[in-house]
Design a binder for this molecule. Sequence first.
Ligand code: S3P
Length: 164
Amino acid sequence: MNTPLILVGFMGTGKTTLGKHIAEKDQLTYVDLDEFIVQQEAKSIPEIFEEFGEETFRSLEYKYLTICINRFDIISTGGGIIEGEHAYNLLKNQNYVVWLDCELNILYNRIKNDSNRPNANNKSFSKLKSLYSSRVSRYNEIAFIKVNSSKSLSNLYNEIMKSM
Ligand code: S3P
């Protein structure tokens, strides 16, 4: 497989589940960028947001993305990775970025009460919709394929493999 394969998409689209699935199937190395940041910084994502702000979180995403791109085959990113200019530009130059997408009402029900997701927790549907809409063109810009994450993992796997 051509690597690194990088999964992007809004919160709740299943980037982690699919990333793990692909890595296990093909015996490849895998990282969830959010988990990597939490480990390296020894702080939870809500703690980083609260103590240092979202901008700092975006710099950390970029910092650790540059490391992970050189170290892992499959990378699941956080939904807001395209908000930071540096990470966005880095992702634009990657060949195998997959955009996972899904109906927003499904995503909303998955993430609305998640206290570990500061950009979703307690947001109204319309607020989340605005955030989603503001990100769509960037996901579209960097991805070579968009897949609907409501499909089964094996369908998604086959669809992605066929396109590479
Ligand atoms: C965020 C998405 C999260 C995480 C952080 C910010 C966002 O990742 O990086 O809470 O702004 O969309 P998931 O997409 O894995 O939830």
